[in-house]
Every structure is written in C-alpha cells, then in structure tokens.
Design a protein around this ligand. Sequence first.
Ligand code: KG4
Ligand code: ZN
Length: 332
Amino acid sequence: IVPPLVLGIESSCDETAVALVRGDGTIVAQAIASQEAEHAPYGGVVPEIAARAHAERLAPMIARVMGEAGIGLEDVDAIAATAGPGLIGGVMVGLVSAKALAMASDKPLLAVNHLEGHALSPRLADAGLAFPYLLLLVSGGHCQILAVEGVGQYRRLATTIDDALGEAFDKTAKILGLGYPGGPAVERLALQGDPKAVPLPRPLKGSPEPHFSFAGLKSAVLRAVEGGAHSPADIAASFQQAAVDCLIDRLDQALERAGPFPALVVAGGVAANQTIRAALEAFAAKHAMRFTAPPLALCTDNAAMIAWAGCERLAAEGWQPGAAFAGDPLDF
Ligand code: KG4
Ligand code: ZN
C-alpha cells in the first residue's frame, strides 16, 4: 500500500519550518527559516518578534515547499502541526494555519506535541529503531528522560527542576560573552580548554530523586568568571564536563529504576554536542544498548519530525489509503 503523505508545520520557538514526509520515512521536501538574526541582539528569543516572523513567513513557505515538490493539497493525506508546548504566539500561527488548510481541503488535522516530535524523530532517521527505548531529550526548553514504549506511550523518568540543559548552555555563553545561540559557541570554545581545570558542582548527582538541576551550575560559572582565575576556554570545557557528568548520572539512575532498555536515543538541540554524544555512546556501549542520535538537522527544531509524528500516529491508528480518517477535532 502507498504510505501516507503528511504536511508538517513547526512554529513553536524561533524556527519556522514546513515539511512533507511519507509514512515510509521519505522526506519529500522541507524548508526551515531560522530567526536567529532577529533575536541575537536580545540574547534570547523574544516571543513577540517570533510570532510576527512566523506570521510573515509561514504561508509563503508552505506554498513554496509544496510548489517545488509539485504536491497539491489534494495529494496530502493529513496535516500535522505543533500544538504545544511552546511560545503561544508562534504555536497559534502554525496550528491555526494547519486548521485552515485541513478545513479547506477536508483532510484530517493532527495536533502534535512538540516533545513527541523530538521523541519519535530518531525512528525517522533509523528505521530499525523499535520500541521501547530510553530517550534523553535535551533542548533549549526541556531536559527529560523518557521511556518511549510506543506511539503516544511515553513515561517520564526525569525532568529538570529549574533550567533546561540548552538553556544552561545559552546562559553560560552569555556569561562568557559568546553571544546567542550559545550551545555551539560553548562547544567550540570548550575544545581549547581543560575540562578538569575549574571545580564546578554536579547538581543532584547521586540523588535518588529522578531530576536534573542546572541553575546552580550556571551560578557557579558566573562566580568562576567573576573570580578571574580561569580562562574562558577552561570554564567552557569544565561546564560542559559537569553537564555530561550530570546526564550520565541521571541516565544511570533511570536505567536502574526502569530498565533495562534495548536502546538509548538522544534528541533535541543539545544532541548536536559532540562531547555529549560521545559520552552517551560510551554509556550505551557499557550497558549493551544500541545508540541512536538523529542527524543534526533532525535534532534541532524542524518540521520533518512533526510530519513524521503525524505519520506514526496514522500508522498506529490503522490509517488506510482512501478510508475516512478523523484526526483531531478542528474545534479544540
Ligand atoms: O531543540 P532545539 O532546537 O529547540 C528547543 O526546542 O529548545 O534546541 C535548541 C537548544 C539551544 O539551547 C542551543 O544552545 C542548544 O540546543 N544547542 C547546543 C548545541 N547546539 C544547539 N547545546 C550544546 N552544544 C551544541 N553543539
Ligand atoms: Zn525543540
């Protein structure tokens, strides 16, 4: 049977993104517009600027992606859009656009949780990745460990009680004067530093509570910078090492409580970090787990993961070509 074709829309943070993905994992077409330049002067995402940029770009982007792929609305089987969590102005632009397209074309609307998009994106990149798997979701807004047991079946094993890890990277970059977005800049600077040079805390390490905490680590970075005894590169490298140690400690604990799992998967923007990837790979090997990390373009926010989550939902709910499929109510 012909796999379904889903149009995906992502607009919950600072990327406007559109993708057409098939149920067999083919990314037919996609586009992404980053708002990095607009937000950079403010050192972080400004919700009002983000919402306006999404509103300006989304409709022409949908038309361009579909036009370039030679795909009309009539060829699409469902329309998926991020319905939250995220900055509400941006979410509304994407979700309401998706609703309008679904209504106009009489196609089902699939309202996708942004985190579900990240959680399932590894299966788009790695067709052999089966449920269940242990997922480390590390982005600018989230830091969680999830047991992914099936489509729609996610058990949260750990979350942050203050900052997300990406946020800690961004704040560290700000303290070090590296600009925004901070993650890649901290990683680059860390390459020239000594990860053991600066004594920094490992918040909650060894704690029986299944949580992360990064606010104290950020404060310690600030004190190290103000102290003036260490080079920025040493501080960046030591910060990154502290983050790695926290991740591994919490994963160890999650595994002990809810394991074993055949696979460890990392997703979210911070998964772009090579030092973190290497540490996770070693952790997985030690515990005889398969390790999967989506390619970088699928780790950071994108619309292919939203369209793919839609494909996964169609498959899980027994979608058939030509058969009526309800999707989510258009009036929720
Ligand atoms: O998943 P994502 O694109 O957006 C959110 O949903 O938050 O993640 C963005 C986050 C930012 O905080 C960024 O600094 C971080 O991911 N990030 C990194 C790296 N690349 C992006 N953090 C550490 N190392 C990196 N190489
Ligand atoms: Zn995200």
